[in-house]
Ligand binder design. Sequence first.
Ligand SMILES: C=C(O[C@@H]1C=C(C(=O)O)C=C[C@H]1O)C(=O)O
Length: 124
Amino acid sequence: MTKDHANGDPAPGTGTGAPRDGSGELRIRVPDASRITDLTAARAAIDAIDAALADLLARRTEVAGVVQRLKPVGGFAGRNPERERQIVAAMAERAPALGPDRLARIMNAVIEAGLEVAEETSRG
Ligand SMILES: C=C(O[C@@H]1C=C(C(=O)O)C=C[C@H]1O)C(=O)O
């Protein structure tokens, strides 16, 4: 795998991870979908996006785990449907093509995965 010599992360464009510069900022180069004209380029763009998504999901899971430790009642027992509705509504504003119902399904899976990891971690 090609490494970014600055930080050991995969080099930009290798599709194996979103490049990081140590600032906590995540960088990803995403071509405009309307300009992609061949299957190989389309799949390469999806691979780059999925690498960034995986990175974001891992980081979200870590932060959600912190919330579980800080809340009076964490884990599945402390589930907060109103907060989850707010998250979905905010995302639906940014991603109107997906819409709130599909985003609710996506985020339900993301949130439950995070809660599972937090419970497994707290069990040791
Ligand atoms: C993170 C929290 O705990 C749970 C997990 C959430 C999440 O992963 O976004 C949202 C609401 C809660 O069901 C929270 O209460 O903010």
